[in-house]
Design a binder for this molecule. Structure first.
Ligand SMILES: NC(=O)c1ccc[n+]([C@@H]2O[C@H](COP(=O)([O-])OP(=O)(O)OC[C@H]3O[C@@H](n4cnc5c(N)ncnc54)[C@H](OP(=O)(O)O)[C@@H]3O)[C@@H](O)[C@H]2O)c1
Length: 240
């Protein structure tokens, strides 16, 4: 017996592309009502138009912008589920990463992710129910060449997810961490260091699809009330 998602209000950050977009579509197909966040309004409109009328509300803005977060906060009391998915990366050898790239990754993947989580979780505590899904990564537990700072941000995000679970479980709130390995999205397009391009060209496995990650989110959200899937790691077959 699984929990129905029909009619649930699900807020998804980073819903304009990749994993977040696939998750929004898959959850809407289960009957959930989606609130889709992302900076690109045109991409959010395309998502909304791809689904039946009324299934998707969009709110475009930058998670680092406090005025935007206040608009998100106004929606928080009605949110049943928050998929904390937005994230960025720049791969490069550690000695070649610029301070700006390092700050950008920590700002978005850790600080902005924490701030929106606090905003939504406060309302969930008041409601005494809710489920937060963190999109971390295999990079939250392993460290690999050319991904130093990204791995550090995902380790930090995972620590926040685990701490949040400890503090919020008493309020009836579940926290799940979904941790995929490489997924076939556009997240690496800005990583054009020759070492990175060579590494990607030489990889010996096929990345996961965004749909496969979306299916893991659905699995977590459909778990019975007394069952919290704490951590779901997904690796492409043969990626060792
Ligand atoms: N792809 C992988 O291999 C992989 C593996 C493990 C985990 N992940 C994680 O999965 C999540 C989604 O990644 P993806 O692969 O789907 O990447 P993606 O296709 O590049 O999507 C990233 C999403 O984050 C949003 N975003 C980024 N910065 C933002 C900001 N400042 N404010 C608001 N929205 C912002 C983007 O929206 P706009 O551009 O419209 O703002 C976009 O919707 C990330 O947290 C990533 O770290 C990815």
């Amino acid at each position: 017996m699984t929990q129905s998602l029909n009619g649930k209000i699900i807020l998804i950050s980073g819903a304009s592309a990749g994993i977040g977009r696939a998750t929004a579509i898959t959850l809407a197909q289960q009957g959930a009502r989606i609130i889709a966040l992302g900076r690109r309004e045109d991409a959010l409109e395309a998502l909304r138009d791809a689904l039946p009328a009324g299934m998707v509300r969009i709110l475009a803005g930058d998670l680092n912008d406090d005025a935007y977060l206040q608009r998100v906060q106004a929606l928080a009391p009605e949110v049943d589920v928050f998929v904390n998915n937005a994230g960025v990366l720049r791969y490069a050898p550690i000695l070649d990463l610029s301070p700006e790239d390092c700050a950008w990754m920590f700002q978005t993947n850790v600080l902005a992710a924490l701030k929106i989580t606090q905003t939504i979780a406060r309302a969930m505590v008041a409601n005494k129910r809710g489920h937060i899904v963190f999109m971390s990564s295999i990079a939250a537990r392993e460290v690999y060449r050319l991904a130093s700072v990204y791995c550090a941000t995902k380790h930090a995000l995972s620590a926040l997810a685990r701490a949040l679970r400890l503090e919020l479980q008493g309020f009836g709130i579940k926290v799940t961490e979904v941790a995929p390995g490489m997924v076939d999205t556009d997240i690496r397009v800005g990583s054009d260091h020759p070492d990175v391009l060579a590494s990607v060209a030489n990889r010996k496995f096929k990345p996961l699809t965004a749909q496969e990650v979306a299916d893991a989110v659905v699995y977590a959200l459909q778990a019975n009330p007394n069952c919290c899937p704490d951590l779901i790691e997904l690796r492409p077959q043969g990626a060792f």
